[in-house]
Design a protein around this ligand. Structure first.
Ligand code: KG4
Ligand code: ZN
Length: 346
């Protein structure tokens, strides 16, 4: 079975062909990131226009790369939400049109859950039950997964998502957008203890997360220690913030966030007797997160599956993978299918 996946929830336009829900035949990604960079975040109108211009070229490229034609497509899977409404509608309209024209079934897919299906593309033999950790720009979630349709959200962020915290802290430090990769790069080999940040919500018994306080703590650390914050506000300190200082703050912040993610995930694994954890979403590209998981998970006897760098970012292969699994479990959508901007707890 060949599934066509379409992803247009944010600033990436992606089209993929996936065989049997596991084997990537092609996974084309076009990002409009450079157009958003001057504004320090994604501008919805620019993103929608870019999807309109690139979704068909991406489809053509995906077919060409996979050496397949439209006639080979058995199923159309598309991101239904969450995401930017205008962006989602471009992908959904393309998917509905293709489904109608080809006479093939249509399945709407949740983008947040789809991040966890990168694991199925990494490991051909991966099987349920699984524990999932989504760490993206918009969501931080621990999920117990019994099947594609049966899953339970065990914990979620009460405020900022992990990626959002990385992006906001990067802004405070005067780094570029998106901030996660910048902080990851700057923090490498730095002393993470010079600036210590309290591990947010770690001792709380629930499996929820909270990352907005740590962002505020970084802001006040900068203001207290240095003469000027990036926001142009006068600080209480009399020193100028050097690159060395920025690196140390980045390392301290990253260590705190990653430690919470690792400890909470392993706590969830213990409570729910999970043996395998799949990690997905943009922040799963973080090198320190991988290191910390690698050491801690061995001790706890939990296998942790990280996506490749390409699959950690928004892509349509993961949409096709989840779409195929949902289809096999009986999911079908009609041409009335609507976009939803927020995550819907199952
Ligand atoms: O999953 P994603 O591509 O988009 C959403 O679905 O939200 O995640 C984007 C997020 C951004 O906040 C970005 O800063 C973060 O992932 N990110 C990282 C790294 N690479 C991307 N955060 C930390 N370390 C990284 N290496
Ligand atoms: Zn995403």
């Amino acid at each position: 079975m060949i599934t066509l996946g379409i992803e247009t929830s944010c600033d990436e336009t992606s089209v993929a062909l996936v065989q049997g829900g596991r084997k990537i035949l092609s996974n084309i990604v076009y990002s409009s990131l450079l157009e958003h960079r001057p504004y320090g975040g994604v501008i919805p109108e620019i993103a929608s226009r870019s999807h309109l211009e690139t979704v068909l070229p991406c489809l053509q490229e995906a077919l060409k790369k996979a050496n397949r034609t439209m006639g080979d497509i058995d199923l159309v899977a598309v991101t239904q939400g969450p995401g930017l409404l205008g962006s989602l509608l471009v992908g959904i309209t393309a998917a509905k049109t293709l489904s109608l024209a080809l006479g093939k079934p249509l399945v709407g897919v949740d983008h947040v859950m789809a991040h966890l299906y990168s694991g199925f593309l990494m490991e051909q033999k991966l099987a349920f039950p699984l524990l999932g950790l989504v760490v993206s720009g918009g969501h931080t979630m621990l999920v117990s997964m019994e099947s594609a349709r049966r899953y339970q959200v065990l914990g979620t962020t009460l405020d900022d998502a992990a990626g959002e915290a990385f992006d906001k802290v990067a802004k405070i430090l005067g780094l570029g957008y998106p901030g996660g990769p910048e902080i990851d790069r700057l923090a490498k080999g730095q002393d993470a203890k010079r600036f210590f940040f309290t591990r947010p919500y770690l001792s709380h018994e629930s499996l929820d997360f909270s990352f907005s306080g740590i962002k505020t703590a970084v802001f006040y650390t900068v203001q207290r220690n240095f003469s000027q914050t990036n926001a142009g506000l006068p600080g209480a300190g009399n020193k100028k913030m050097t690159l060395k200082d920025k690196k140390a703050i980045a390392a301290g912040f990253q260590e705190a966030v990653c430690e919470v993610l690792v400890k909470k995930s392993l706590k969830a694994a213990k409570i729910h007797a999970a043996k395998t954890l799949v990690v997905g979403g943009g922040v799963s590209a973080n090198s320190r997160l991988k290191q910390l998981f690698s050491t801690a998970s061995k001790k706890e006897g939990v296998r942790v599956i990280f996506p490749s760098l390409a699959l950690s970012q928004d892509n349509a292969a993961m949409i096709a993978a989840l779409g195929t699994a949902l289809y096999r479990e009986g999911r079908r959508d009609s041409l009335d299918m609507e976009a939803y901007p927020e995550f819907i707890k199952s």
